[in-house]
Each structure stands twice: as structure tokens, then as C-alpha cells.
Design a protein around this ligand. Structure first.
Ligand code: ADP
Ligand code: ADP
Length: 224
């Protein structure tokens, strides 16, 4: 079974704007998949369905678990969503508390929470930042902390909305290296084709609420 399965997903916003018009997608464990397409194609809307922030019509399963009202907390432990703007994800007075928030709310014991925070901060190279106030960090540092908050949940899939947006070239390179080295399944919405080339094995193109192309990233980039 695929790690992520989406069948015939449709979604319209409350104002009637149709954002997804029948999305079918299967992602196998370990794949790093780029999600590209023009603004308004439905990429963000699709990502927001992966952990049940939005609920459209259709079937979504994560590691065989159907996404529904009843399974939301389990789904959110399996899918880590990293927003474009880290300020949407960081709200605690210290980095430690931000990264501890998810595992604490999973009901883990304090020492397990501690261990997860340390592991997550080490993975993103931010171990020395635990007592810092997230607000005062650079964009690249905030991005890494936002990723750590999600890694601390030990998810099976990471979903990113425009991860390299707003980063200077050095922070961007560091982020690509970090993501490339993480042995996790990823779905990455981006306009950054160099990032696709360096990070992703597969590329999906969305347009007007549908997937219009799906193939090997290297081949599709060569064809452009
Ligand atoms: P993308 O991420 O590919 O730019 P979005 O998922 O943000 O695309 O948008 C898909 C469509 O849904 C667009 O037509 C967009 O204007 C619309 N849309 C996005 N968010 C909202 C919202 N909160 N309310 C109404 N329409 C929205
Ligand atoms: P992105 O492509 O990065 O998702 P968008 O420009 O599509 O950026 O959306 C930026 C924000 O505006 C999102 O929070 C989205 O939900 C909201 N938004 C986009 N289109 C609409 C719309 N037609 N009506 C209301 N909110 C929208």
C-alpha cells in the first residue's frame, strides 16, 4: 500500500471558489515529490488536506489510516505540515517550548518529550538555540525550528509549502541539504526548480485543481 493515497479529492472554499477538481495521487514511502504549478493551482489547498486542516470530498489515507474527523490526532502525528511562513508555526517564548509543544500534546512523558526535542533540534542543526526566543531568529533559523517542531512529532510524511521562499542563497542551500539528508517521505510545493532538481525524485504539476503531469523530476525538468 502507498504511504499516501488520495482518490478523487474535490474541494470548494466557503465562498464557492473551487480549488480541487478530482485529485488522484499515490506516494510510496521514501519518495521526495515536488508539487509545482501556477499560483492558484490548488497546491496549498491540497497540502492542507493532508492533515485534515481542510476536509474535502474524496478519500485520503495515510499509511492505511483514512483521514476523518475521528482519526485527526493520529493523522496529525503522521503528517507534518511546514507552512511557508514560520511565524505561523512558532508562538512560544523559547525554541525548546515550541519544539516540545507537539510531543507534549501527544501525551508523552516529560523525559520522552525532552529526548524528542533534542533529537529534532540536532537533526536541523539548532541544538544550541533551545533557550532562544524564536521571534528574534533569522528567517533561515526560524525555518529550521519550524521543521524541528514537526520532526519532534516523528511523522511519516513531511509536507512543505514553499520551503525556500524568503531565504537568502546560503540559508536556501543549507535547507536543501538538510531536507535531502532526512530519510523521510516528502511532498514539497515550490516554484524553486533548482530545489526540485537537487531534492526531488518525482515531480507533479497541478493546474486548476487537478494533477496534469506526474513523472521523474530529472526527465520533466530536461523537457522544459
Ligand atoms: P496554490 O497554492 O497552487 O497557489 P491555492 O490552493 O492557494 O493554490 O488556491 C487554489 C484556489 O483556491 C485559488 O483559486 C485560490 O484563489 C482559492 N483559495 C485559496 N484559499 C482560499 C480561501 N481561503 N478562500 C477562498 N478561496 C481560496
Ligand atoms: P500560495 O500560492 O502561497 O498558497 P495564495 O496567494 O494562493 O498563496 O494564498 C495566500 C493566502 O490567501 C492563503 O491563506 C489563502 O488561503 C488565501 N487566499 C487565496 N485566495 C483567496 C481567495 N480567493 N479568497 C480568500 N482567501 C484567499
Amino acid at each position: 500500500t502507498p504511504l499516501l493515497l488520495i482518490d478523487d479529492l474535490h474541494f470548494a472554499y466557503p465562498d464557492g471558489r473551487v480549488a480541487l477538481r478530482g485529485v488522484h495521487l499515490r506516494i510510496a514511502r521514501g519518495e521526495k515529490v515536488a508539487l509545482v504549478g501556477p499560483n492558484g493551482a490548488g497546491k496549498s489547498t491540497l497540502l492542507l488536506h493532508l492533515n485534515g486542516v481542510l476536509r474535502g470530498n474524496g478519500r485520503i489515507e495515510v499509511a492505511g489510516l483514512p483521514v476523518s474527523e475521528r482519526t485527526l490526532s493520529q493523522v496529525r502525528a503522521r503528517v507534518g505540515l511546514v507552512f511557508q511562513n514560520p511565524d505561523d508555526q512558532l508562538f512560544s517564548p523559547t525554541v525548546f517550548e515550541d519544539v516540545a509543544f507537539g510531543p507534549l500534546h501527544m501525551g508523552l512523558a516529560a523525559r520522552d518529550v525532552q529526548a524528542r526535542v533534542e533529537r529534532a533540534l540536532a537533526l536541523v542543526g539548532m541544538s544550541t538555540y533551545r533557550e532562544r526566543h524564536p521571534y528574534h531568529l533569522s528567517m533561515g533559523e526560524k525555518k529550521r525550528i519550524a521543521i524541528a517542531t514537526v520532526l519532534a512529532m516523528e511523522p511519516e510524511i513531511l509536507a512543505f509549502d514553499e520551503p525556500s521562499a524568503g531565504l537568502d542563497p546560503r540559508a536556501r542551500r543549507g535547507l536543501i541539504r538538510l531536507l535531502r539528508d532526512l530519510p523521510l517521505t516528502m511532498l514539497v510545493s515550490t516554484h524553486d526548480m533548482a530545489m526540485v532538481q537537487e531534492l526531488c525524485d518525482r515531480m507533479i504539476i497541478m493546474d486548476e485543481g487537478r494533477i496534469v503531469a506526474d513523472g521523474t523530476a530529472a526527465t520533466m525538468l530536461d523537457d522544459e
